[in-house]
Write a protein that binds this ligand. Structure first.
Ligand SMILES: Nc1nc2c(ncn2[C@@H]2O[C@H](COP(=O)(O)OP(=O)(O)OP(=O)(O)O)[C@@H](O)[C@H]2O)c(=O)[nH]1
Ligand SMILES: [Mg+2]
Length: 692
């Protein structure tokens, strides 16, 4: 559908914990909106938004995807995002590019780790959130107790706009609390509700929750509150307007219900999206920075110069590079030339496309607020802004974490190194949290990502899409070194070998900083014991020495170095000499500073069935794991634990063996801790052997 005005647009991001049903919900709304002619399922591998081979094989989203549908003369743009914590950057990009987050919650599992993280992110981005409770058809789904939990966690402004009719397998429809009307849905039908009689058993719940909703709306506006007290009721149109205003101002978090896979609660969700979520104009401004880096929000207005944010880049082996974009202001026409404000160069924008997953249909223009795509941009990357050269801004964002894990990789076929480099270059285009390069020490090719699974998925993409097979070597554990005590050290570099000699002398003090990571150098020399010009050389010598480590060759951090005193010689001193003296003083100080090794600790979550719990727990304790609790998700158990990364290198195959393949796990870096003494001795011995 071609929209002419931003008021007709709703841009939503489907976000939530893994497996809550976001991709299924996207399929359901596209079917109900008539964009596809049947309901597609993750199990059948034919959903619109999980089109990548890796997503189909894993039955889980890996990257964000866009689709759209027409509903009541509005265009609803949907961004479906992955729920796995590893791909948080994708979900965040979706939230940034749209105007509201639809936080999908599993009716049985309730609030999960990613639910909380996404909530916090949307709050910080000041973006309205709608909570959609999905999977209400499942055994043990209990709406009222879930509602209590959601309100406890996210505040009392969470207000249901609907109440489910029927429980678990009998869940069949919803009651709209504003109108009091009940809607029934055909199970596995077209997702369009038809009006029905409200079951008498629900009357009381509906009355209570309706009263609370009306109160909640009235509370956000003094005039409404007064009128409500006087008249005891508020007319439907007044309620609707009040609700919309409250949601836009984030005073109310609306809540809807459904069972996406059976098409229950689909049309009522779409109605709610149109009625209460913001249009691009409602949001007013869009966060941006000037070229100089200062904050400067951009008016989301049709009259302003054209500006578009590129929020996703993907590479299709057939159609090439596709860039998803949101027009933030002005109107973007097909075949225009724009300015890339990061690269500071012009970029030709060809045919604009309206996307339905991987399928693009040519459209003549995108108005303010609309979302679409363009193929074959040359220089533009994810996070870039295309705008008019005379009105440049940057709409992008920075929230990429440094990769947590590095693996050495090697081509299966000798001589494929170049091919790997090229293919990974393309994948890094799509995935901003991926890194690839050569280890300067060993010369190995290193692939780094936010977790083991992230790297494995990348390897699968390399094989599927780019037909390059690689061998993944077990990652080396990124140990760190630090010190536990303050200590003073002295370094003197003196050489007299005929002609001009070398002389430098310095005294330093090292002190631990608790984070185990940072490094700071303070020049505290009074007077001219060492001339100004040579002091940075001392620091340089220490910097180089600290990267080489002291205990077992790992980079040392978490320390403050104070340069206290020194001596120099008018003729024989040089920068080089002070560098050497610096590193000697550093080594001298470290010997008395209780240097030690730190290791990365992983937050591990294992999903399994009851039967394997005992075996998994005892295996974890043999891996120095610390249990952090358990959760039930339907008939599955989720075990949480903190385990040293060094003990997790072979975990995928061990878990497979223990549970006969009927479980899964994920892990993320939680922090660093000191390695126990006996294990340190082993690591030190290994380092010595490697050196020899
Ligand atoms: N019983 C039931 N199952 C559902 C419902 N919605 C989705 N599912 C199932 O839940 C599983 C996960 O669905 P997805 O749509 O892939 O979930 P997702 O949130 O996109 O998952 P990620 O992309 O991995 O974050 C699939 O097996 C779906 O068939 C529902 O309403 N009821
Ligand atoms: Mg998905």
């Amino acid at each position: 559908m071609q929209v002419e005005s931003p008021e007709q647009i709703r841009n939503i991001t489907l976000a939530g914990h893994g497996d809550t049903g976001k991709t299924t919900l996207a399929s359901a709304v596209l079917y109900t909106g008539g964009e596809v002619n049947r309901m597609s399922r993750v199990e059948d591998g034919n959903t619109v938004t999980d089109f990548d081979e890796v997503e189909i094989a894993r039955r889980s989203s890996v990257s964000l995807a866009a689709a759209h549908l027409a509903w009541r003369k509005h265009k609803i743009n949907i961004v479906d995002t992955p729920g796995l914590g590893l791909f948080a950057a994708e979900a965040r990009a979706g939230v940034r590019a749209t105007d509201a987050m639809v936080l999908v919650v599993n009716a049985v599992s309730g609030v999960q780790v990613t639910t909380e993280k996404l909530w916090a992110f949307a709050q910080q981005a000041r973006q309205p959130t709608l909570i959609h409770v999905n999977k209400l058809d499942r055994e043990n789904a209990d709406f009222l107790s879930l509602l209590d939990k959601l309100r406890e966690r996210f505040g009392r402004q969470v207000r249901p706009l609907q109440v489910p009719i029927g429980k678990e397998a009998d869940f069949s429809g919803v009651v709209d609390l504003i109108t009091g009307k009940a809607y029934a849905f055909d199970r596995d039908g077209d997702g369009k509700g038809h009006e029905t009689e409200m079951p008498a058993t629900l009357a009381e719940t509906v009355q209570t929750l309706r009263g609370k909703l009306i109160e909640g709306i009235a509370e956000t506006d003094d005039a409404l509150l007064e009128r409500y007290f006087e008249e005891g009721e508020l007319p439907e149109d007044v309620l609707r307007a009040g609700l919309r205003k409250a949601v836009l101002g984030q005073a109310i978090v609306p809540l809807t219900v459904g069972a996406a896979v059976h098409g229950i609660g689909t049309s009522t969700l779409l109605d709610t999206v149109v009625d209460v979520l913001p249009s691009p104009t409602d949001r007013g401004t869009f966060p941006a920075t000037t070229i100089g880096g200062e904050d400067a929000a951009v008016e989301s207005s049709a009259e302003a110069p054209v500006r578009a944010l590129i929020f996703k880049t993907s590479n299709d082996p057939f159609s090439g590079r596709i860039s998803l974009m949101r027009v933030v202001s002005g109107t973007l026409a097909s075949d225009s030339t724009l300015w890339n404000s990061r690269a500071e160069a012009t970029e030709k924008v060809g045919h604009l496309l309206a996307m339905q997953g991987k399928q693009g249909n040519a459209i003549p223009k995108l108005v303010t607020g609309d979302i679409g795509a363009v193929a074959k941009l040359k220089i533009t990357k994810t996070g870039d802004t295309l705008c008019r050269q005379d009105a440049p801004v940057r709409l992008g964002w920075v929230f990429v974490r440094d990769p947590a894990i590095s693996f050495a990789i090697e081509p299966k076929t000798k001589g494929d190194e170049d091919k790997i480099g090229e293919a990974l270059g393309r994948l890094m285009d799509e995935d901003v949290s991926l890194r690839f390069g050569r280890d300067p020490q060993t010369g190995e090719l290193l692939l780094s990502g936010s977790g083991q699974l992230h790297v494995e998925i990348t390897i699968a993409k390399l094989a599927n899409r780019h037909k390059v097979e690689v061998i993944l070597h077990p990652p080396r554990v990124p140990y760190r070194e630090t010190i536990k005590r303050a200590a003073q050290g002295h370094g003197r570099h003196k050489k007299q070998s005929g002609g001009r000699g070398q002389f430098a002398d310095c005294t330093i003090k090292v002190e631990p900083i608790r984070d185990g990571e940072s490094y700071e150098f303070k020049d505290e020399i009074f007077g001219g014991a060492i001339p100004q010009g040579y002091r940075p050389a001392v620091n340089k010598g220490i910097e180089e020495a600290r990267m080489r480590g002291f205990v077992a060759g790992y980079p040392m951090g978490g320390l403050l170095v104070r340069l206290l005193d020194g001596q120099y010689h008018d003729v024989d001193s040089s920068e080089m000499a002070f560098k050497v003296a610096g590193s000697l003083a550093f080594k001298d100080a470290l010997a008395q500073a209780a240097p030690t090794l730190l290791e990365p600790m992983m937050h591990v979550e294992i999903t399994t069935s009851e039967d394997f719990m005992g075996d998994i727990m005892s295996d974890l304790s043999s891996r120095r794991g610390r249990p952090q609790g358990m959760e039930t998700d339907g008939d599955k158990q989720i075990i949480k634990a903190v385990v040293p990364f060094a003990e997790m290198l072979d975990y995928a195959s061990v878990l497979r063996r223990i549970t006969q393949g009927r479980s899964s796990f994920s892990m993320e870096v939680e922090g660093y801790e000191e390695v126990p003494r006996q294990i340190q001795q082993k690591i030190i011995a290994e380092a010595k052997r490697d050196e020899a």
